[in-house]
Design a protein around this ligand. Structure first.
Ligand code: ADP
Ligand code: AMP
Length: 219
């Protein structure tokens, strides 16, 4: 009798575990660095090797801009072309929706790389207001790269990306926004011991070797 009960419980373990996963808060790694530092490239490699879902704030905004009937399309378009930061409510709603949809489709997918967020104080405060009790931020992965390398990579990418902001004029503004608005956010997290810095100026595989060491340690 006891044995049968133990066996029945044993059979339920996968179910119980997946229910625990449903109850899990999303586990988030923020991915930051200058434009073209290689955030997207490395996030793709992380998702191939670890159970993370990659959400790029920029990609979500570009998707919303392209969505037929979007009330924010034009506003997003103007901000992206200018290289300035889109109002936080729009970005957080897109992130939250993407996380919810991912977890609804597969309850085991509760680990997220959020790439290109939080980019400024407004983003950070918005996250604290809306998401602090809904998600855990594990650490901040920072791709450190000189402005020159960032600009060269974006200009190269611009030859085939079709992006409206991979040109010298937009890049000047994007680098300024990065230095003035995003670096102070990285510094704040650094003071809390939450930043894991990777030298992003090396080759893709060399950068990934450093990234791998971080994820092997931190999970
Ligand atoms: P981000 O997401 O930070 O804007 P991407 O990952 O899109 O940057 O990379 C920008 C461009 O630089 C892409 O064309 C990509 O192929 C290239 N790239 C990324 N990482 C490296 C690297 N370590 N060395 C050389 N080129 C890179
Ligand atoms: P990216 O694809 O990360 O290079 O971002 C491209 C552009 O999208 C930026 O220059 C901003 O205009 C916009 N953007 C990306 N991330 C954010 C964010 N977190 N908050 C607001 N705007 C953003």
């Amino acid at each position: 009798m006891v044995l049968r009960s133990v066996f029945a419980l044993y059979q339920q373990v996968p179910n119980i575990l997946s229910r625990v996963a449903v109850m899990m808060k999303p586990q988030v790694v923020f991915v930051l660095g200058g434009p073209g530092a290689g955030k997207g490239t490395q996030c793709t490699k992380i998702t191939e090797n670890y159970s993370y879902t990659h959400l790029s704030a920029g990609d979500l905004l570009r998707g919303e801009r392209a969505r037929e009937g979007s009330e924010f399309g034009q506003l997003i378009d103007r901000h992206i072309k200018e290289g300035v930061i889109v109002p936080v409510e729009i970005t957080i709603n897109l992130l939250r929706k993407a996380m919810e949809e991912t977890m609804k489709a597969d309850e085991k997918k509760f680990r997220f790389l959020i790439d290109g967020f939080p980019r400024n104080e407004d983003n950070l405060q918005g996250w604290s207001r809306v998401m602090d009790d809904k998600a855990n931020v594990k650490f901040v992965l920072f791709f450190d790269c000189s402005n020159e390398v960032c600009i060269d990579r974006c200009l190269e990418r611009g030859q085939h990306s079709g992006r409206t902001d991979d040109n010298r004029e937009s890049l000047q503004k994007r680098i300024q926004v990065y230095l003035q608005s995003t670096r102070p956010i990285i510094d704040q997290y650094e003071k809390q011991g939450m930043v894991r810095t990777v030298d992003a100026s090396h080759k893709v595989d060399e950068v990934f070797a450093d990234v791998k060491a971080i994820f092997d340690k931190e999970g």
